[in-house]
Design a protein around this ligand. Structure first.
Ligand SMILES: CC(C)(COP(=O)(O)OP(=O)(O)OC[C@H]1O[C@@H](n2cnc3c(N)ncnc32)[C@H](O)[C@@H]1OP(=O)(O)O)[C@@H](O)C(=O)NCCC(=O)NCCS
Length: 171
């Protein structure tokens, strides 16, 4: 398996993986809207490629925290046929390593409280980083510091328009 940036020819395969990973949720709409928005960086949209088939995807995209642009991880999806084989781990760890190389200060995630701490994500509220909506459970809103904890990054996280348009803030 190879973790690599998405290519233009991967868009439909990514949609198929996300539809399978998130049945009944329109996560593909979120990815399509982020891809069309300012600040989208295809080198931060990573796919897990197994024998030239996309079996997983993770996207890091910009939002605002304390007036600074930061990156958030959303979504992460692995095709159910390949769960529990380290694909999500490989996508997440590769993405975090790329961001650390770019000297990004932190990454935000709204996600499964039992999954992300293994990568070093902690409760965002611990650092005065506020969730964007009361609909988001406290324990699901997390931060991973890639460098030293920095007090300039506190206050409310402001999600960009694609998250609102896709109804992707909170469960
Ligand atoms: C969550 C997801 C990305 C994990 O990917 P994966 O490739 O199956 O995960 P990995 O093989 O890297 O890691 C497996 C570990 O994650 C844990 N894990 C997987 N899904 C989990 C969940 N929903 N809640 C808690 N832990 C979970 C497994 O128990 C396993 O733990 P272990 O290593 O202690 O045995 C994948 O299950 C998925 O796409 N789920 C549906 C979409 C989703 O919920 N995405 C995350 C949104 S925040």
């Amino acid at each position: 398996m190879q973790i690599r940036p998405e290519a233009p020819g991967d868009h439909q395969a990514i949609r198929d993986v996300l539809d399978a990973a998130f049945p009944g949720e329109d996560v593909t709409l979120l990815v399509d809207l982020i891809r069309a928005a300012d600040g989208f960086d295809p080198s931060l949209s990573l796919v897990a490629d197994l024998d030239s088939r996309v079996i997983g995807h993770v996207l890091f995209s910009p939002m605002t925290l304390g007036g600074h642009t930061v990156l958030s991880l959303a979504p992460l999806g692995v095709h159910p046929d390949h769960h529990g084989k380290g694909v999500g781990t490989a996508l997440t760890e590769t993405g975090l390593a790329i961001l650390a190389d770019r000297d990004e200060p932190l990454v935000i995630v709204e996600g499964i409280p039992a999954y992300y701490p293994r990568f070093g994500f902690e409760l965002a509220s611990r650092y005065g980083i506020d969730k964007p909506s009361d609909h988001v459970p406290d324990e699901a809103f997390m931060v991973k510091w890639l460098g030293p904890v920095d007090d300039r990054y506190r206050g409310a996280v402001v999600y960009p328009q694609p998250f609102h348009d896709a109804g992707a803030i909170g469960p």
